[in-house]
Design a protein around this ligand. Structure first.
Ligand code: URP
Ligand code: ZN
Ligand code: ZN
Ligand code: ZN
Length: 464
């Protein structure tokens, strides 16, 4: 047995802040105690966290390693993407396995297991993207829930690719209600968007900024409304992914005020970037093309407020990187051909810590939206998302005073640009433990592919 002791830090969870020492045996936290009491503890490894925070490892519930999109693949593999996550203080990802059109959920899931197995630096779990809702795939949902794949993403966007019509959406919600599987919705009216895309291109509006114009905030709000109402009709909960528009948030808030189980996440890009980035000259805006799109900066105040009121309960990254060179460039002369997605798995914890310093959220709320709630939402708590006896020893010794300049030169994601190039943030993961093993320590990488294991998830813990 290996014992590790983290001394003299401030342990922060979603519910408490306390100056206690943390004892780890092998992969698990076994005790927390006042330093005077812990004086008697011995360990093989002692980590001094004086002046540092001791926080649960981040849980990023929305990543897309190697996602096929627009004729190319997201540039991070499970190996590079989970390593970058570890560098940034994230110790669990929930990635999206993809069902392809005409194939079963099983085939998609097997393919994702094959991509991830033996390659991950940190623990991982899967949601399932349902691209082809039919008798067969609906039937398969039950079996997957039993295997720990307890959430399913549907798309009201991307006709001809991932899109499901309202009938399919309703049937998936019904099956969700029956099996306990949580339906996650990409809520944008893709049919209307495609009309606006064709009209824009016909007018010669081909620059990246038009991506944001055609994906109108009201088309996000409309689809969000429709998703929530269809969920209610089916008696199912719903989780809205990558929410970016004030008007969409209003739909979630209304449903929650009415007492329905509607949940939503937003992402750092919607909190820290805006349409001005999408309008950067010389095709640079392509670096900021994602869906839902970046919005005018006015939306950000509503999102921060939503994070405080809990109408937004999770911040995930939607990490889906494409290199500028050769990948984003597929959309030169036609914004609709720019692969959608931004890198971010490495920077989420730090940007949200910056939000603490900027006064948007409190310290415990930081841990709640980045660790505890995503773990509860997706059936990983208290194994993940907190520091408590019995929890996995996924722990970050976080230096709240370290300054860093975000840059593609220094990040570890396999992508040739940073959305935050040159931005200074205060706070940095100093030591990162994944199930008791030190994977990052003071600027040195000590992890290895294959340490990370697949985690079977429980169903959503807010519904019990
Ligand atoms: O632009 C995005 N979000 N790309 C990833 C796929 C998705 O819709 O989440
Ligand atoms: Zn999406
Ligand atoms: Zn701006
Ligand atoms: Zn996504």
């Amino acid at each position: 047995m290996t014992r590790t002791l983290i001394r003299n830090g401030l342990v922060i969870t979603a519910s408490d802040e306390s100056a206690v020492d943390v004892l780890i045996e092998d992969e698990k936290v076994v005790a927390l105690a006042d330093p005077a009491f812990a004086q008697g503890w011995t360990a093989d490894t002692v980590i001094d966290a004086t002046g540092k925070y001791v926080i649960p490892g981040g849980v990023d519930a929305h990543t897309h390693m190697e996602l096929p999109f627009g004729g190319t693949f997201a540039s991070d593999t499970f190996e590079t993407g989970t390593r970058a996550a570890a560098w940034g203080g994230t110790t669990t990802i929930v990635d999206f396995a993809v069902q392809s059109m005409g194939k079963s959920l099983r085939e998609g899931l097997d393919a994702w297991h094959a991509k991830a197995d033996g390659n991950c630096a940190i623990d991982y779990a899967f949601h399932m993207i349902m691209a082809d809702v039919n008798e067969g795939s609906l039937k398969e949902m039950e079996g997957l829930v039993g295997e720990g794949i307890t959430s399913f993403k549907l798309f009201m966007a991307y006709p001809g690719v991932f899109y499901s019509d309202d009938g399919k959406v309703l049937r998936a919600f019904q099956k969700g209600a029956e099996t306990g599987g949580l339906i996650m919705m990409h809520a944008e009216n893709g049919i209307a968007i495609d009309v606006l895309v064709a009209q824009a291109l016909a007018r010669g509006q081909t620059d990246p900024k038009y991506h944001g114009v055609v994906r109108h905030a009201l088309l996000e709000a409309e689809a969000t409304h429709r998703a929530i109402r269809l969920a209610q009709v089916a008696g199912a909960p719903v989780y809205i992914v990558h929410l970016s528009a004030t008007e969409a948030l209003a739909e979630v808030s209304r449903a929650r005020d009415e007492g329905y189980n509607a949940f939503a996440e937003t992402c750092p890009q919607y909190l820290f970037l805006d349409v001005d980035d999408l309008a950067r000259p010389g095709f640079e805006g392509a670096k900021y093309v994602c869906s839902t799109p970046l919005r005018p900066a006015e939306h950000q105040a509503a999102l921060w407020r939503g994070l405080r009121t809990d109408d937004l309960s999770v911040v995930s990254t939607d990490h889906c990187p494409f290199c500028f060179k050769d990948q984003k460039e597929l959309g030169l002369g036609d914004f609709s051909k720019i692969p959608n997605g931004l890198p971010g798995v490495e920077t989420r914890m730090d940007l949200l810590h910056q939000a603490v310093l900027d006064g948007h959220i409190g310290r415990r709320r930081w841990i709640e939206i980045a660790c505890a709630t995503p773990a509860k939402m997706f059936g990983l708590y208290p194994r993940k998302g907190t520091i408590a006896p019995g929890a996995d020893a996924d722990i970050v010794v976080y230096d709240p005073n370290a300054q860093q300049v975000l840059s593609a030169e220094t990040h570890h994601m396999n992508v040739d640009y940073s959305c935050y190039e040159g931005r200074t943030v205060t706070g940095k993961a100093e030591t990162v433990l994944s199930r008791g093993r030190v994977v990052v320590d003071k600027g040195e990488y000590l992890g290895a592919p294959g340490h990370g294991r697949f985690v079977r998830r429980d169903t959503c813990q807010y519904l019990r």
